[in-house]
Design a protein around this ligand. Structure first.
Ligand code: SAM
Length: 297
């Protein structure tokens, strides 16, 4: 899998920019509130499409097709492509752009509200598709809720290949139990294996965002990474642990609803965890133990 950084240089090398303005997108003026930064770098587009594993046996779900930078190359490869776009003004141009492609469907919906489970079941069964690939250059303001929805509520997804703000991507890709990890690291690694597909500098987009971006691929595990009695309870412990990451794990867990210092001390003792450790020093296995022992307390 490639892991390159696309910058201004690669922009010039690729057929990227073309000096497009909002008018170059059929008069569409990018909406800041919908996180619209359209991809204009051909190298990044190719990396995402190739890195996504989209093939003729796959149902591909594209989140936020926008003006269709990824849509056409994905449609060429996918068995069937469902594009989910929230913005009213982009729907008709997308339908025009994909007119005559009988393996493409444009769904006008909020990805956070869409019943993905039913969509995946219906399409894979009806079309005999063997894999499900989610792809997108995400609206950055809802990156985490989208990823959590995909991981927790949609069954049958094989992989998720998505562009996000680099800082968020670095947290997600970090190893749990390291300084670079954060609350989002743990649920993602619980459900999926994470790899980096490519990086994209701000000038790979129109308009250029204020941040650099990264594309990660999450391959969903057949079984979660660790055994735990109640994964949601473990994630609440992780969240409490990272809510004030300089605090000791004893103090941060004791501030959780329904916990007190004594029972937390007993649970940490049973789990064999040093109460002076901080969340960023605890692995997924250790958070699973803490969660199980707290629930037994
Ligand atoms: N895929 C295009 C590209 O790479 O050029 C557009 C990416 S742009 C960063 C994000 C897209 O997500 C926009 O088209 C935006 O309208 C759409 N979007 C924003 N919120 C959404 C939501 N809740 N559900 C579906 N699409 C959404």
């Amino acid at each position: 899998m490639s892991s390159q950084k696309h910058s201004k240089k690669s922009n010039r090398r690729g057929s990227g920019h073309h000096g497009r303005s909002p008018h170059g997108y059929g008069g569409v003026r990018p909406s800041k509130s919908l996180g619209q930064n359209f991809l204009i770098d051909e190298g990044v587009i190719e990396d995402i499409v190739l890195g996504s594993g989209a093939g003729s046996d796959a149902l591909v779900i594209e989140i936020g097709p926008g003006t269709g930078a990824l849509t056409l190359p994905l449609a060429e490869r996918a068995g069937y492509l469902v594009c989910v776009e929230l913005d009213d003004k982009l729907i008709e141009p997308l339908r025009v752009k994909t007119f005559g492609m009988d393996n493409v469907e444009i769904v006008h919906e909020d990805i956070l509200k869409l019943d993905l489970d039913t969509l995946i079941k219906e399409k894979t069964e009806a079309l005999g598709l063997k894999s499900v690939r989610v792809v997108g250059n995400l609206p950055y303001y809802i990156t985490t809720p989208i990823i959590m929805k995909l991981l927790e509520t949609a069954h049958g997804i094989d992989s998720i290949t998505v562009m996000m703000q680099k800082e968020v991507g670095d947290r997600i890709a970090a190893e749990p139990g390291t300084r670079a990890s954060g609350a989002i690291t743990y649920p993602v690694h619980y459900y999926a294996r994470v790899s980096k597909v490519t990086e994209a500098a701000a000038e790979c987009f129109y308009p250029a965002p204020k941040v650099d971006s990264v594309v990660l691929r999450l391959d969903l595990r057949d079984e979660p990474a660790v055994e735990v009695k109640d994964a949601q309870h473990m994630f609440r412990c992780v969240k409490a642990g990272f809510s004030q990451r300089r605090k000791t794990i004893h103090n941060s867990i004791a501030s959780m609803k329904g916990c007190d210092r004594d029972s937390v001390a007993i649970a940490l003792g049973k789990a064999g965890i040093d109460p002076g450790k901080r969340a960023e020093n605890l692995t997924l296995e250790e958070f699973a133990k803490i969660s199980d022992c707290l629930q037994d307390a």
